[in-house]
Design a protein around this ligand. Structure first.
Ligand code: 6GU
Length: 225
């Protein structure tokens, strides 16, 4: 079973996303286990402080080293992780290749940052990989962690069925997916492309491939380079 632990100071943000649809089914089938660990109890002092002022000044608080280090070390007593991933806007940008690669692992530990980031020494000594989900800033790593869990979870063997197969996803072959249609075949006077109703499996596949290629050329030419 694939196991993902997520360290967060906002665990409430991660209660909803995994309780529905495909990722819920993956967990019910025993293919995936996701556990959210609240960092707060690891905080320092009476107030369980998890952040502090930055050395050298500057705006914004920094997440302290001890709570995170203690939390990671506690978790490592019970499990060895293939990767310890810090979700951060200055990480490597997530793409389907990374999702595919991570789906072949077994145990991940995800660390969600907040404020102005985490003490750099955590990154140097505990983190094996840093991932961003795009060039924009979120208020914390939780939503990015949810994106990562979803994109990995749906790739695990047995999670998707033939109809939802990941093999026909956009990006899986560096092409965007072709347009899709369902009933009715005509709505107002907007008809579904005739080829799709023809029953010619080979011709339909060719058409879908051409559409994928065309769509990729116009929307994401960078994928074809
Ligand atoms: Cl992983 N974290 C935050 N805070 N913002 C982001 C991000 C991650 N990826 C894109 N923006």
């Amino acid at each position: 079973m694939y196991h993902i632990d997520i360290i967060s100071i906002q665990p409430q943000l991660l209660t909803g996303p995994f309780d529905h649809s495909i990722i819920k089914r993956a967990q019910q089938k025993g293919l995936l286990e996701v556990k959210v660990i609240d960092l707060r109890p690891y905080g320092s002092g009476k107030h369980k402080q998890v952040d502090d002022y930055a050395f050298g000044g500057g705006a914004g608080m920094v997440m302290k080293i001890e709570p995170i280090a203690n939390c990671i070390e506690e978790l490592k007593k019970h499990r060895s992780y293939d990767e310890v991933i810090y979700l951060t806007p200055d990480g490597e940008q997530l793409n389907q290749n990374i999702c595919n690669e991570l789906s072949l692992k077994k145990n991940l530990l995800l660390l969600c940052g907040h404020y102005k980031g985490i003490d750099e020494r955590i990154r140097e000594h505990f983190i094996t990989r840093e991932i961003s989900i795009g060039d924009y800033v979120l208020s914390g790593g939780e939503l990015a962690a949810a994106v990562l869990v979803d994109s990995i979870g749906r790739l695990l063997p047995g999670v998707l069925n033939d109809e939802t197969s990941a093999l026909t996803d956009s990006f899986q072959d560096n092409l965007l997916a072709p347009p899709v249609y369902t009933r009715p075949a005509v709505y107002n006077d907007w008809a579904v492309p005739e080829i799709l109703l023809s029953g010619h499996e080979r011709k339909i596949k060719d058409w879908q491939y051409e559409q994928s290629l065309e769509r990729t050329k116009t929307r994401r030419p960078d994928l074809l380079e």
